[in-house]
Write a protein that binds this ligand. Structure first.
Ligand code: ZN
Length: 510
């Protein structure tokens, strides 16, 4: 049987974070009552004239630069004609034969950990359509989304597996969020993806492409691509031919359905939109945008691995959110230089653990503590002033207040007890109060050490230094064990002695 390998290309629509629409002053977000954010221009009333949003152009330049595209000084808008109830104008303004950017690539980490480059074919600006709201009995058009600016990013068909396509998309999403042009929400459709799929045979002959429309989660994309690859394999294996079709993915049914025959460009009757002049961008404009571009997330993750010895996993979790990784690097800067390397792991741990959890609990979009105070808290754990569990309490109190670590440790009375005499006295009291457990420990139930440490923590309100406490308890238990052993030996020899004399009394001789 002929072997086939999949070839996947992606078209991504990223909604740009501008305040107003691409060609009119209507807001892109806000009042969501249907048809509340519309005007004659975005509804395509006769005589309305589109005016290009300069901020959307700057955002396209940002993305084009980050992707290494060639940005063209004179691109052009065209009208793409089709009929659908969510498109009141009867055409969509987009860029066709003269897009703003071509070429470029995005580096991303493949599922096996290796870095790959996905070649970009083009990027262009276009406006979004409205949407239909389906009820039990009818469907209504909501035109609020009409004219919302989108950046379409088209890759070459370079992905050899659904997993690779998803890995690329995750990196692209992170990058677009980093450079501040898209909120990356697939759930709210600000990032959507169409995928085209074909199978190549062993002779490398390309197969017929099909397209799956409007995929809105990484999981759906992966499922849909696997399903379509399997479908094409089955068609070819039974001697059939793959038709050029457009499919819709139904996640609940875990199946795609053929929506229509795939259109060709001719079906759309593209014409230049003569209401809009050429889109001219100057070298100065490009340079001013380039100057404000941040370090891109994958490069930043790699730098963290190199400079601070982070694992790829930790670096990836941290760089998932620019605000978090900015905070991480600031936290490192706040630590004393001679302790920085030693405390890096602890810093990662606190940010990816306690801090993320606190932000999730409070559902707040900002970091509730400043780096300098958290750095000070990490130092206090490191120098043994407070235990890890006490530090969590300090951290909780630190969030949303302006008090520093030392003030809170004092106020909450959490300074760790590591004084030998105090701890030893406490440990002795505890062992005395639990003779049964001491006995069981000495008969091999070593796990009971945890029980005693637990009591130490309770008795000291969490202030006993756990490492010291553990050492002292071991020491005392071993001592008590020696004592018991001596007593047992003494008892045994006594017993043996009397047995011997009893036997002697019976007159038994060896
Ligand atoms: Zn409008």
């Amino acid at each position: 049987m002929m072997e086939y390998s999949p070839v996947i290309g992606l078209e991504i629509h990223a909604q740009l974070l501008t305040r107003s629409k691409l060609f009119c002053a209507c807001a892109t977000t806000g009042d969501d009552a249907p048809n509340s954010r519309t005007c004659p221009e975005c509804l395509g009333h006769p005589g309305a004239l589109p005016v290009l949003n300069a901020e959307a152009v700057r955002m396209a330049i940002r993305a084009g630069t980050a992707l290494g595209c060639t940005l063209h000084p004179d691109s052009r808008f065209a009208r793409k004609h089709y009929f659908y109830p969510d498109l009141p104008k009867g055409y969509q303004i987009t860029q066709y034969d003269r897009p703003i950017g071509t070429g470029g690539a995005l580096r991303f980490r493949m599922p096996d950990g290796n870095i790959a480059h996905a070649a970009i074919q083009r990027i262009h600006l276009e406006e979004d359509a409205g949407k239909l709201i389906h009820t039990e009995t009818d469907a209504r058009a909501d035109d609020n989304r009409c004219g919302t600016p989108l950046l379409e990013i088209v890759t070459y068909p370079v992905f050899i597996s659904p997993e690779a396509a998803v890995a690329f998309l995750q990196e692209l999403r992170r990058m677009l969020m980093y450079i501040g042009i898209c909120d990356g929400s697939m759930e709210h459709a600000s990032l959507r993806c169409d995928a085209n799929v074909s199978l190549r045979d062993t002779a490398n002959a390309p197969g017929q492409r099909t397209e799956i429309k409007n995929l809105n989660s990484f999981r759906h994309i992966e499922h849909a691509l696997h399903w379509e690859i399997d479908r094409q394999r089955t068609v070819l294996a039974s001697g059939g031919t793959v038709e050029a079709v457009t499919l819709l993915w139904d996640e609940n049914a875990n199946a795609g359905s053929i929506m229509r025959g795939k259109e060709s460009a001719a079906d759309y009757h593209y014409v230049d939109d003569l209401d809009l002049p050429e889109l001219v961008i100057t070298t100065e404009e490009i340079e001013s945008v380039v100057a404000t571009l941040p370090e891109l997330p994958l490069a930043r993750a790699e730098r963290l691995v190199q400079e601070h010895g982070l694992s790829h996993y930790d670096a990836d979790v941290l760089t998932a959110d620019r605000m978090m990784v900015d905070f991480f690097e600031e936290l490192l800067r706040c630590l004393p230089a001679d302790r920085r390397a030693a405390l890096t792991k602890s810093a990662v741990h606190w940010i990816n653990g306690e801090l993320l959890a606190a932000m999730k609990n409070q559902a707040c979009g900002t970091i509730p503590v400043d780096a300098a105070r958290l750095a000070h808290l990490l130092e206090r754990i490191d120098d043994g002033s407070i235990s890890h569990s006490a530090a969590k309490l300090v951290f909780e109190n630190m969030c949303g207040s302006s008090q520093d670590a030392d003030a809170l440790i004092a106020e909450l009375g959490l300074l760790q007890v590591s004084d030998e005499t105090t701890l030893r006295a406490l440990a002795e009291d505890i062992l005395e109060a639990h003779p049964a457990e001491v006995h069981a420990f000495q008969n091999g139930k070593q796990g009971l050490l945890g029980f005693f440490i637990q009591r130490m923590m309770e008795q000291s309100q969490g202030k006993a230094d756990p490492r010291r406490s553990s050492a002292i308890l071991r020491d005392l238990l071993a001592g008590a064990g020696d004592q018991e052993m001596k007593e047992a030996t003494a008892r045994r020899s006594e017993q043996e002695g009397s047995e011997r004399s009893a036997r002697a009394g019976e007159g038994d001789s060896p």
